[in-house]
Design a protein around this ligand. Structure first.
Ligand SMILES: C[S@@+](CC[C@H](N)C(=O)[O-])C[C@H]1O[C@@H](n2cnc3c(N)ncnc32)[C@H](O)[C@@H]1O
Length: 268
């Protein structure tokens, strides 16, 4: 994937619609992480694939050293403008997640909400490894990954038959002619097993759950959204005692659904 093709989906969307869109509320998972970071004295946080900046601005407003990065120049410009308008401190760079420019041990936490799965598996793995390198020991990684249970996975399989969709590799699809959404970018769909066994190697998973919700009118077709939300920690040495993983064993096919704005139950 070249940078030009990586920009296909979001750069156009942000350029055409970004200025008109109200900033969405920050995700509760992001807000909930902040007291933990504060309590541990962890202050440098990257919002990777910051988009229009809802998490970046929250971080800055909450007194963290806020950094943002995105492959879309329109998104970067918008975030810089919003920081300037609000007078909040923060730094935003134009960067591809596959080649993060921050160096080793740069951050105490990296947030990548709805970002890293816009890629082939190889590129996704490269991005996650880059995150790991840029984190200090014990640093947090809060991220989402699109699930094989998302209804667009089934649509992709249907699109294969009609020729609208190309399968680049197992579970990675691209809607090459799409000009309405971000689907001209590859999307890699994941299972819980792949997350635990491959993608998050080198991290200790603190929580892993599947956020599901109905999106009746998304992209002009009935849609069921399913994304894995993961909080993990870079812990290269012995795992810390007493920090139990919660929602352990929940499978991709599990029947339970959570409303978009709820918090997972912690079992300790
Ligand atoms: C769904 S938006 C999410 C924005 C933001 N994280 C949020 O939650 O509001 C996905 C973002 O990922 C960015 N993105 C996609 N591919 C990328 C890449 N290869 N490198 C960096 N950013 C990328 C897009 O430009 C877009 O801003």
């Amino acid at each position: 994937m070249t940078e030009a093709s990586a920009q296909l989906g979001w750069e156009r969307l942000w350029r055409e619609q970004g200025c008109d869109l109200d900033l969405e509320q920050p995700r509760p998972e992001v807000v909930e992480l902040l007291p933990r970071l504060r309590a541990e004295g962890r202050s440098r946080v990257l919002d990777l694939g910051c988009g229009l900046g809802r998490h970046l601005l929250t971080l800055a407003a909450e007194g963290f050293q806020a950094y943002g990065s995105d492959i879309s120049p329109a998104a970067v410009a918008m975030c810089r403008r919003r920081l300037e308008e609000t007078g909040l401190p923060g730094e935003v760079v134009h960067a591809d997640m596959r080649a993060l420019p921050f160096g080793r041990d740069a951050f105490d936490a990296v947030i990548a909400w709805n970002v890293v799965y816009h890629a082939t598996l190889e590129d996704l793995l490269r991005a996650v490894e880059g995150v790991r390198e840029s984190l200090r020991d014990g640093g947090y990684f809060l991220a989402t990954f699109i699930s094989v249970n998302d209804s667009s996975y089934a649509s992709a399989l249907e699109g294969l038959a009609s020729g609208e969709v190309e399968r680049l590799e197992p579970d990675t699809f691209v809607w090459a002619g799409d000009v309405r959404t971000d689907k001209a970018l590859p999307h890699h769909y994941t299972t819980e097993q792949e997350l635990r066994g491959r993608i998050l190697r080198g991290f200790r998973i603190l929580s892993l759950r599947e956020n599901r919700r109905d999106w009746p009118e998304f992209e002009r077709e009935p849609r069921f959204s399913a994304h894995w939300a993961v909080l993990a920690r870079k812990e290269p040495r012995a795992a810390q005692a007493g920090e139990a993983e919660h929602v352990k064993g929940k499978t991709a096919t599990g029947p339970q659904t959570w409303p978009e704005n709820t918090t997972p139950t912690k079992s300790r």
